[in-house]
Design a protein around this ligand. Structure first.
Ligand SMILES: NC(=O)c1ccc[n+]([C@@H]2O[C@H](COP(=O)([O-])OP(=O)(O)OC[C@H]3O[C@@H](n4cnc5c(N)ncnc54)[C@H](OP(=O)(O)O)[C@@H]3O)[C@@H](O)[C@H]2O)c1
Length: 311
């Protein structure tokens, strides 16, 4: 099968398309024909070795074992192992591949269920929301799960005021919609070119980070979520209520299968939708990574693996 191998650490050009062996599902695994994946910031950070820990996990000097990036996928189940009970051939699914990765390929095997504690490394699978294209479904798992777990960690409640910095990025656009779902009033910090987009997905107020320093405004918030990791707790104390909490993406709680099912339901109730900035083909993976590396994408970038797929 065709796959993108991360042949070295560094610039996007280290990603090379190669032929590799098609995986075979074990007894507890499903084989997914991948229709779309994403250029997720997590993939680009592994490629760029950010942080250094990446080398300890994926290979000290260069990535080992034909490393295939790709944290998120959507596709169709082509076959299932003999012990699989939750899915069947032909099911349309979307999945978080975890740090075993593997989304930049024509096929991937994932366990239908994973043992507690293995989740981050083995991935999570659920039936794809009916109302989304494969490209849209491919950009949900990692970003939306991260935003959800973060907001749940601080126990976001109806009527609270939340400020979200980096509101126009992947996490930001999910966090706005989830915070609105939980009943919060949302102030979105982004550049003026993204005002209309963040308002269209629920932001009540907007602040232009190029014009105003959000850490110096007069309003107080119950939650300040710096989704883009540009500020520190100490800087944000002034805009927090006495019981207010600062949140970024450190120490994200463990994710569970139920979290992905919850997101699927929200999408199907039209309470959550992915924002897609650009769609590239798998052959354009280098351009896609270059674009994500700019740090200015709007929402998410999807990658078509099987563009003309017909069921
Ligand atoms: N996405 C995930 O699932 C995930 C999971 C864990 C950790 N993280 C980490 O969380 C951070 C954000 O991830 P992401 O995927 O949401 O990033 P992203 O989509 O690449 O963020 C890009 C957005 O950030 C905005 N931005 C850039 N500089 C800004 C600034 N100084 N102030 C406010 N907004 C700014 C950009 O808007 P402009 O074009 O207007 O500048 C752009 O829309 C990264 O550090 C990532 O490694 C992400």
């Amino acid at each position: 099968m065709k796959a993108v191998i991360c042949t070295n650490y560094g610039v996007p050009e280290v990603l090379k398309i190669k032929e590799v062996e098609k995986p075979k599902p074990r007894n507890n695994e499903i084989l997914i024909k991948i229709i779309a994946t994403s250029a997720h910031i997590g993939d680009t950070r592994i490629r760029r070795v950010d942080p250094f820990l990446v080398r300890l996990v994926f290979g000290l000097f260069k990535p080992k074992n034909n490393l295939i990036l790709g944290l998120e996928v959507s596709g169709v189940i082509e076959s299932v192992g003999k012990d699989v009970t939750l899915f069947m051939k032909g099911d349309e699914v979307f999945a978080f591949t975890g740090f075993n990765l593997g989304g930049y390929a024509e096929y991937i095997c994932l366990p239908e269920r994973v043992k507690y504690g293995e989740r981050e490394r083995k991935g999570l699978v659920a039936i794809k929301p009916k109302n989304l294209s494969y490209e849209e479904a491919s950009v949900i798992p990692a970003g939306a799960l991260t935003a959800l777990k973060n907001l749940q960690k601080v126990n976001i409640k109806d009527g609270q005021k939340i400020l979200i910095n980096g509101a126009s990025g992947s996490l930001g656009t999910y966090a706005i919609q989830l915070a609105k779902y939980f009943g919060a009033e949302v102030t979105a910090v982004c550049s003026a070119k993204n005002f209309e987009m963040v308002k269209s997905i629920g932001a009540d107020k907007v602040i232009d980070y190029e014009e105003e320093d959000f850490t110096k405004i007069g309003t107080k918030y119950d939650i300040v979520y710096d989704a883009v990791m540009k500020s520190k707790h100490s800087q944000c104390k002034k805009i927090l209520t006495p019981s207010g909490v600062f949140l970024n993406n450190n120490n994200i709680p463990k994710i569970k299968e139920e979290d992905l099912f919850f997101l699927k339901d929200l999408v199907e109730q039209n309470k959550l939708k992915p924002i897609i900035d650009k769609i590239y083909s798998l052959d354009e993976i280098v351009e896609a990574h270059r674009y994500v590396d700019t740090g200015h994408k709007r929402g998410n970038v999807s990658i078509q693996v099987a563009k003309d797929y017909v069921p």
